[in-house]
Every structure is written in structure tokens, then in C-alpha cells.
Design a protein around this ligand. Structure first.
Ligand code: PEP
Ligand code: MN
Length: 353
């Protein structure tokens, strides 16, 4: 159930709604929008009537939310959520954010060089896995803590915020110390302990859709994070398993507008894992932006054939340059632009003046 406050409702009126709900044994989540505040109520609502709140001062009306993902639902919050990453990049606003980097951090020089090169090409977030969920236990598992340190050094040198995966609940404090965005991988979408743990911190989270996850399940997993207090959740479409074998996964473009329409959370597209094939990454990046994605996450490697993981789907730096050129044009056609770092924006402003 959500209690919609009138525009201009006072803090005292909002407080009275929260107190009343808490006296009824409900949990409350106030959501402060641009035009109105909504107090979302969760808990056992069976005996609660809408009239209980309608009579309170400052209340416009009370609505029952049908979806099981109440806080992630657009019915609760009509405006888009915009997630601030390190005061540098905003995900979910008009500019489309491009995140790029290798599948795995392989060495200090590798990640620093890639960071500098993708920044030069116009990316604004650096990706790189330090803890890798690999299908085979004999495959490269990532550099672990060393990888996080190298990522942090690459951020220091370039100013690019960093995104990296956290695989275990116990590792959340350590990964959160380094990462600007914590990635929950496809294999962990329904790891509820991990979801609750990242819900209790404030750092942005990118939640990947499970390999056989329904859109609805992805939204309920996001709800686990949001209901624990962390609203900074990005939803990531990274392809699902179907009977098709021409591609590694089937990149579900439908999911992008479905998620945009049903949730206020930003949507990130991962056409690298979505296709598994380098030659398909640029066309599907264009398609994802045309379909309304707020950000892309792209695997890039200077020598993909030698990559320790996911080389077949990694773009060369040259190809990444082509991708950036193409997505700028698609974004412009959709009346959006590609996000730039504040320092680059200052240069652009100076050049325009
Ligand atoms: C990755 O980003 O490299 C990764 C392992 O992604 P996913 O969890 O989507 O397979
Ligand atoms: Mn990968």
C-alpha cells in the first residue's frame, strides 16, 4: 500500500503518517519525489483499510500496490531514479552512461592501460572483475584483493569510478571499500543473503538478471536490496538461456522497455554477455540504447585473443571507438546524449563559450 501525500505536505504531516503506520506494526519507506512524497507501507496489510490514512492531514489518497515488488515499482515512484556514482556520473538521467573494461583484471598494467584508453574513447565508468564466477573451477578465478587494489589505482589515475563484482556476502565490506558500484552477477541474482547484505550499504549496486531469471524475479530480487534500505539499484539485462545456440545467450531486448515501464530503477544493458560474440556487440549496443537503456556495460580488451576470460565477446579498443561513435548517434536520435566526466564537460563548455 502507498500513501500519496499532497504536493506541499509538511514534514510533520509525513511524520504523522509514518507514526500511525508503525503503530499498526507496518514498516515504512518514505520516497521523496520531485513533485510529491509517497510513504510506502510494507508488512501484513490484510486488516488495514485505505481509510485509515485517507483522513490524515496532508494525505491525497491511499493506493494498494498489486505488484510484489512494491518499492521497485513505478506505481510507487513515477519518476525515474537517478543514481549518483561518486558525484561524477549519474545513471538513470537523460545522459546514457557507458561502462567499459576487461572481463577480468589480469594485471596492474593491463587495467591501468585499458582505463586510460577507454577514458580517451569516452567511457565514464571502468569495469573489471577481481572475483570471477567461472563455470569451471579450473579456469582463472580472478586476482582477488590485488585486483581490487589495481582497480583503485586505475581510478586514481583516470578519475573513472569503478564497478566490480562481489560474489559472497562475507566479502561485501571488503569489495565496498574499493568499488563505486557493486555488481551482483547473473549466477547470484537470487542469492538472498548477498542481496540483503548489499541492501544494508549505501553504495550503488548493479543487479544482473539470472541466466534463467524472469523479469519479475529480477524485480523481486531488486526489491530485496531496496527494502533493506539501499535504493541505488541498477537492473541489468545480460542475456538469458534459450534453445538458441547461434549466440552465447539470447539478449532480451524486450526486457529493456518492460523494466523501464514497470520500475523506476535505471536499466543497464550488457550486450557483451548478452551475445557472447564480439561482432554482435556494436549492433546490440545500438539497439539497447534505441530501446531505452540508461547505460551500457561493455567488455573491452587490447588483445581479446589473449584475454583470460570472455575474449570472444571482448571488443578491441579500436572497435570500442566505433561503438562510442555509433551510440552517440543513436542517443542523439533519441534526444539523449552520452555522459561525459565533469572535467571533460568543463572542457566542452569552455570550447563552446
Ligand atoms: C561479468 O560481468 O564478467 C560476468 C561474469 O557477468 P554475468 O554475471 O552476467 O555472467
Ligand atoms: Mn565477463
Amino acid at each position: 500500500m502507498i500513501v500519496i501525500m499532497k504536493p506541499g505536505a509538511t514534514a510533520a504531516e509525513i511524520g504523522a503518517v509514518i507514526r500511525k503506520a508503525e503503530q499498526m506494526g507496518l514498516q515504512t519507506h518514505p520516497i521523496y519525489g520531485e513533485n510529491r512524497t509517497v510513504v510506502a507501507l510494507v508488512g501484513d496489510l490484510t486488516s488495514i483499510t485505505r481509510e485509515s490514512f485517507d483522513a490524515l492531514g496532508g494525505v491525497l489518497n491511499t493506493v494498494r500496490i498489486q505488484e510484489s515488488y512494491k518499492l521497485a515499482s513505478r506505481s510507487t515512484r513515477p519518476e525515474d531514479t537517478v543514481i549518483d556514482v561518486r558525484d561524477t556520473v549519474k545513471v538513470g538521467g537523460s545522459p546514457v552512461v557507458v561502462m567499459a573494461g576487461p572481463c577480468s583484471v589480469e594485471s596492474r598494467s593491463q587495467i591501468i592501460e585499458i582505463a586510460e584508453q577507454i577514458k580517451e574513447a569516452g567511457a565514464t565508468v571502468l569495469r573489471g572483475g577481481a572475483f570471477k564466477p567461472r563455470s569451471s573451477p579450473y579456469d582463472f578465478q580472478g586476482l582477488g584483493l590485488k585486483g581490487l587494489e589495481y582497480m583503485a589505482e586505475a581510478r586514481e589515475r583516470t578519475g573513472l569510478p569503478i564497478i566490480t563484482e562481489v560474489m559472497r556476502e562475507e566479502a561485501v565490506p571488503m569489495v565496498a571499500e574499493y568499488a563505486d558500484i557493486l555488481q551482483i552477477g547473473a549466477r547470484n541474482m537470487q542469492n538472498y543473503g548477498l542481496l540483503q547484505a548489499v541492501g544494508k550499504i549505501k553504495k550503488p549496486v548493479l543487479l544482473k538478471r539470472g541466466i534463467s531469471g524472469l523479469v519479475k524475479e529480477l524485480l523481486m530480487c531488486a526489491e530485496y536490496i531496496v527494502s533493506n534500505g539501499n535504493y541505488n539499484v541498477m537492473l541489468c539485462e545480460r542475456g538469458i538461456r534459450t534453445y538458441e545456440t547461434a549466440t552465447r545467450n539470447t539478449f532480451d531486448l524486450n526486457a529493456i522497455p518492460v523494466l523501464k515501464q514497470t520500475s523506476h530503477l535505471p536499466v543497464v544493458a550488457d550486450p557483451s554477455h548478452g551475445t557472447g560474440l564480439r561482432e554482435l556487440v556494436i549492433p546490440m549496443s545500438r539497439a539497447a540504447i534505441a530501446a531505452g537503456a540508461d547505460a551500457l556495460i561493455i567488455e573491452v580488451h587490447p588483445d581479446p585473443d589473449k584475454a583470460l576470460s570472455d575474449g570472444r565477446q571482448s571488443l578491441t579498443l579500436e572497435e570500442f571507438g566505433v561503438l562510442m561513435r555509433d551510440v552517440r548517434r543513436i542517443a542523439a536520435a533519441m534526444d539523449r546524449e552520452i555522459a561525459v566526466l565533469p572535467e571533460a564537460q568543463a572542457h566542452l563548455n569552455a570550447a563552446a563559450a
